[in-house]
Design a binder for this molecule. Structure first.
Ligand SMILES: Nc1ncnc2c1ncn2[C@@H]1O[C@H](COP(=O)(O)OP(=O)(O)OP(=O)(O)O)[C@@H](O)[C@H]1O
Ligand SMILES: [Mg+2]
Length: 160
């Protein structure tokens, strides 16, 4: 299995995004890092909500824009949900993000590319782009053997 692999998951509507998130949630383990990016309003937070539900977080997961980081207690694993849209890289550096990335839970970072230098080298990158209406093109890049293998599994499920 190669160290880096990219697949594209095209969805016609919200249920396709939810299915992807639930699938990935099923593979979650301590130290999993998902780096989310994409068009404004494309569905980064919607994806995160479905993922949270998938790892057994009860209740509603909202966009953490104003709090930067929210922690949730999932049935299987803790979830650390971040939105770094309003942060500069030096500000983010102050937060000691490695404690989350290399901790016991799963970290989802919305707008992750804004703090790329602070991200762990191995991660799953997800870019959600509008295709018109509810359709989305979701590009998924696994960096590192574990995440590249997930992309291989997604390919087996129909991702291109
Ligand atoms: N295929 C789809 N996938 C995800 N969300 C969709 C889809 N089709 C429609 N939607 C709707 O689009 C909206 C996406 O909003 P969401 O807050 O998740 O976007 P976002 O990328 O987090 O936005 P922001 O850039 O402001 O953080 C939701 O209202 C959702 O119901
Ligand atoms: Mg959002």
């Amino acid at each position: 299995m190669s160290e880096k692999m990219e697949v594209v998951w095209t969805v016609e509507d919200e249920s396709g995004t939810v299915l992807l998130a639930e699938t990935l949630a099923g593979w979650a383990m301590p130290g999993t890092v998902l780096a989310l990016d994409g068009d404004l309003g494309a569905g980064k937070t919607r994806f995160s909500q479905a993922y949270a539900k998938g790892i057994g977080v009860p209740g509603i997961v909202n966009s953490p824009t104003f709090t930067i980081i929210k922690e949730y207690k999932g049935e299987r694993l803790p979830l650390y949900h971040m939105d770094v849209y309003r942060l500069s890289e030096p500000e983010a550096d102050e937060l000691g993000l490695d404690d989350y990335f290399f901790g016991d839970g799963v970290t989802i970072v919305e707008w992750a590319s804004l703090i790329e230098a602070l991200l762990p080298p191995e991660r799953l990158q997800i870019y959600i782009a509008h295709l018109g209406g509810e359709a989305r093109r979701i590009a998924i890049t696994g960096i590192g053997p574990r995440y590249a293998a997930w992309c291989g599994q997604l390919q087996g499920m129909g991702a291109k």
